[in-house]
Design a binder for this molecule. Structure first.
Ligand SMILES: Cc1cc2nc3c(=O)[nH]c(=O)nc-3n(C[C@H](O)[C@H](O)[C@H](O)COP(=O)(O)OP(=O)(O)OC[C@H]3O[C@@H](n4cnc5c(N)ncnc54)[C@H](O)[C@@H]3O)c2cc1C
Length: 533
């Protein structure tokens, strides 16, 4: 059986998709589709998943990268959502400690803001209770003096005190990949760059999907007994193909993030603070950078390529500089950015920030199950609900899923052992941490394949691993979804691009012209990230 995530075995895997019949075909390789694939595989189903771009290239690599309960949803009295996402945090951490890291968040209260001392204390207490937070992780209220002792460059004229509470930080795209790899390990055939183009019907029920290989334009047809539409911001486009759009439709909102060097603003903790318009934004340290976001604006443009514009930049920088006036962050300090689309379910009369982040399942007459809305944090529960729904609707007898106790590929309880092993092999501390936080125990494979322990040899081995184990077909996917170097190490790209291109050329059989095109694409991609219309 070929490894479906080995880019070098793509032809064999496409043949399997084309010839075999599956219990379930999932359209969409973001976190929602990946979660459904793992849950279905755990329940013993024969599963296929297709993604028209790279895995996680949609919203699932463009979030705030928090596994969080969503403190602000308390304001909207979304207690059930906060309880579920709050509790999922600990499960996500237990099952993937290399990808989901505890992070304390500082919550400053400001003069005239919506968070008073009493409401903040109550909100954080309710948050801890709903999420079942225990021990040292429980919230703590801070006086003005205490919060300024922790972060002395907060704006002293506006901050009146605050709180500190627990959340988790993640790498959204890598979490999605880890879920997919775990599902693939349990038999799922997951392939990127395969687009669902047309539904095929028998007695008015969907029996197959005609797909187009996005790498060479060839058509294949995938047969299955059940079909899930997990296409995120595209779910309505997929429902249109099935002629099954109902009155509940998506409402897309754009959220952007800016990345600056952490030397420009050094934060002791991630910070969640209120702006003059009452919205809250995050400033989160990661590796040698700090990222700030997000916005929440109605979106009607190209779904594949939402862009950060100057208005977004000004909004975030004004808010940041108001809270940290000494930092004086300017547009020219931005080293990278990203923009993502929230696939929300429309609620007439509500503003973007008021619309619920709840998920919902729609079943069409033709048997297409659409899972829409939701949060990265809730992916596991969303998958459970989807499978329960399908099981009931199609009267299936399946095993229990139990993804609650399913460790993801790369998970190991004690990170120190891996970091020590890497160091024993002569890998420096920064590389050891970098690899651990992306690949967990799989880092060892990257190191064992490495001829030397210098930067060039390590990045080459990392690319080889990603091509052979994570369906990496081009340099942008490697530098963005696989490694987030485009966002957090943009300065490392120029000096490594030629050596990476040479390895990709050799392994993926590119001719010289294809290699040059791929290098050019990376350079254009990097430029576009910091060019604002
Ligand atoms: C700015 C922002 C910040 C956020 N922050 C957080 C956060 O911190 N924590 C949190 O829990 N949640 C957060 N979210 C929400 C979270 O990111 C999303 O709920 C989640 O990523 C959606 O995943 P998805 O799989 O449904 O969609 P996507 O990741 O978009 O995946 C859908 C996939 O379907 C594919 N597809 C579409 N059509 C087809 C087709 N015809 N054939 C094959 N494939 C197809 C697309 O290419 C896409 O990759 C945030 C969202 C945004 C926008």
């Amino acid at each position: 059986m070929p490894n479906c995530l080995n880019a070098l075995e793509r032809e064999e895997n496409l043949k399997i998709l084309n010839h075999e019949k599956f219990d379930l075909l999932i359209i969409g390789g973001g976190i929602t589709g990946a979660g459904v694939a793992l849950e279905a595989a755990q329940r013993g189903m024969k599963v296929a998943l297709i993604e028209m771009q790279d895995f996680a290239a949609g919203t699932s690599s463009r979030s705030t990268k928090l596994i969080h309960g969503g403190l602000r949803y308390l304001k909207q009295l979304e207690l059930k959502l906060v309880m579920e996402t709050g509790r999922e945090r600990a499960i996500a951490h237990k099952n993937a400690p290399h990808l989901v890291h505890p992070e304390k968040l500082l919550l400053p209260m400001i003069k005239g803001g919506s968070l008073g001392k009493f409401t903040t204390s109550l909100a954080l207490w309710v948050y801890d209770v709903l999420a079942g937070v225990k021990g040292d992780d429980k919230k703590r209220m801070l006086s003005k003096k205490e919060i300024l002792e922790i972060q002395d460059d907060l704006n002293k004229d506006v901050v009146i005190g605050g709180g500190i509470y627990a959340e988790y930080r993640t790498d959204d795209a890598r979490l999605c990949l880890a879920v997919l790899k775990t599902a693939a390990n349990k038999g799922t055939v997951a392939m990127n760059y395969v687009k669902a183009d047309k539904f095929i019907y028998s007695n008015k029920k969907i029996c197959a999907v005609e797909c187009v290989d996005q790498l060479n334009g060839k058509k294949i047809s995938i047969k299955a007994n059940a079909f899930v539409n997990a296409a995120g911001p595209w779910v309505d486009k997929v429902r249109e193909k099935d002629d099954s759009l109902n009155n509940k439709q998506l409402f897309l909102t754009k959220g952007i993030h800016l990345v600056i060097d952490s030397k420009k603003l050094k934060l002791e903790h991630a910070c969640y603070f209120e702006l003059n318009d009452g919205r809250m934004i995050f400033a989160i340290p990661r590796e040698e950078k700090l990222y700030i976001g997000t916005t929440d604006t109605t979106y009607e443009g190209d779904i594949k390529n939402p862009q950060v514009n100057q208005k977004d930049v000004d909004y975030i920088l004004n808010g940041l500089n108001h809270m940290f006036p000494k930092a004086e962050i300017k547009t020219t300090d931005i080293v990278s950015t990203w923009a993502g689309l929230r696939p929300l379910i429309n609620e007439k009369g509500k503003s973007p920030s008021e619309i619920s982040r709840k998920d919902e399942i729609f079943e069409s007459k033709s048997g297409l199950f659409t899972i829409a809305g939701g949060k990265l944090t809730a992916y596991r529960k969303m998958a459970e609900r989807t499978l329960n729904y399908i099981q009931k609707a199609n009267r299936l007898k399946l095993k229990k899923g139990n993804t609650k106790n399913c460790k993801l590929i790369g998970a190991i309880d004690n990170p120190i052992t891996i970091i020590d092993k890497l160091k024993e092999k002569g890998i420096n501390k920064n590389w050891a941490k970098y690899l651990w936080q992306r690949y967990g125990s799989e880092s060892i494979k990257i190191i064992n394949n490495c001829k030397k322990s210098d930067d060039a040899a390590l990045i080459v081995s990392e690319l080889e691993y990603c091509i052979k184990n994570e369906s990496t077909h081009n340099l942008i996917d490697f530098l963005s979804q696989r490694t987030s170097r485009t966002l957090f190490y943009p300065e490392s790209i120029d000096c490594n691009i030629e050596i990476l291109a040479a390895i990709a050329q050799q392994l993926l059989n590119w001719d010289e012209s294809k290699k040059n095109i791929e290098v050019h694409k990376v350079r254009e991609y990097m430029k576009a990230m910091i060019t604002f219309a």
